[in-house]
Design a protein. Sequence first.
Length: 250
Amino acid sequence: MIAHIYIYFIKYFLKMDVSEILKFLEKYGIRGSIVAVIVVVLYFLVKTKWFTKFFTFIFDWLIEHLMKKKSNGKSDITESDIINHDIFNYIDFWMYSKVPAFQFSTEYRTAVFRRYLSIYLKSHKEVLLKYINSKHYEEMNDSELWSSLLSLINDIIYSYEKEMEIAGIPRVVISKMKNKNNDTITLTIDLIEGICNSQFYQSEKNWLKIYSILNIILSILENTIANSESVCNSINGQLKGLTFDGKTEP
């Protein structure tokens, strides 16, 4: 999926800071230094809203002229494609097969992060299904759709953070995961806005836009799951002595 490629490109740069990039490239001498300068420039550009919109435009052009996703002005996407989108199958797979098998550095952290990810995934599924089943988006214009999707993202975040607090997930875990995801979420919101305002994604009842946005949200879920172990390992001492589901942090 083009949306997946875009998100993975962003994630690649966001995983590294400037010092890591320079350290990685310094062994290549003068040529490496030139490449390092280019990469550093890209590193800062990739975090700007201008870059996101420009990159979205480029992908729109590539899709339209190379992928030929639309024919005769009509989208191939149907309501069935949205209702049966892969995101829901992936969420079920992660919730019932993958997350329960995750192992983190201690039994306590394993219990906490398994619960965190389960709530995170469940909230996404519930809120997304409610939004899709309402079908309100089918009659919206571009600005109304953008506003509703921004509210959707906020509703998802509010839903899982509230349930995590009720479940007793430590605040430091919620905060660390939130900070880790902030850049990705910000860039994703910009990308969603670009899709809502793009003429290329115009289709019957906004089906192509919603389908494309579900692809983006799927990438967010993949990113969060991939980052959970590094966030877990970055927490030092703040969980000491805490108990969760009968497990105590040493």
